[in-house]
Design a protein around this ligand. Structure first.
Ligand SMILES: [Zn+2]
Ligand SMILES: [Zn+2]
Length: 164
């Protein structure tokens, strides 16, 4: 494990307790694993699936529609504006090789589901989960590139294979 660039500092993160209660807590900066970078979160969009956590709770920092900027001084990706592709994946297994990285056979973890998500100031993200966002897409619209446009785009592409 590498050490976060601010090993002793604290960040703010939203914790979903259930019973419609969310608190902003001061928590330790996350560790940044090998092959990962720290992303300073600019926007995290609310997704319908977050409502379950809001009502039922998880004592967890959710958030999986994440846009931010890589903050890893000295790293080649420092300063990159990026959306976060949440399924961790190996890039080498049969599923990854055919492009189905969301069904990776080696790693199954989702940022914002079984590791802390984007309702925080910072989130550690594997380099292969960073989706660069062009400069002409403003911060507030960037999270829409994920579920909102991605899911619809995938559906249209899928249907075009079966409907001529
Ligand atoms: Zn979502
Ligand atoms: Zn894989």
């Amino acid at each position: 494990m590498n050490v976060s660039p601010r090993p002793n500092s604290i960040m703010q993160a939203a914790v979903f307790h259930g019973g419609d209660r969310i608190t902003i807590e001061r928590v330790a900066m996350p560790d940044v694993g090998t092959g990962e970078v720290l992303v300073r979160v600019s926007r995290t969009a609310l997704c319908g699936s977050d409502f379950k956590l809001w009502h039922k709770g998880a004592e967890f920092t959710a958030g999986h529609e994440i846009f931010g900027v890589v903050e890893q001084p000295g790293h080649r990706l420092h300063g990159l504006r990026c959306a976060v592709y949440i399924p961790l994946h190996c890039d080498h297994c049969a599923a990854c090789k055919r492009g189905d990285t969301q069904m990776c056979l080696e790693v199954s973890s989702l940022i914002g589901w079984n590791r802390p998500g984007g309702y925080a100031e910072y989130v550690p993200v594997p380099e292969n989960c960073l989706l660069p966002v062009p400069d002409d897409i403003e911060d507030s619209l960037a999270p829409l590139l994920l579920d909102t446009i991605g899911t619809s785009g995938h559906a249209v592409r899928f249907v075009s294979r079966v409907v001529p």
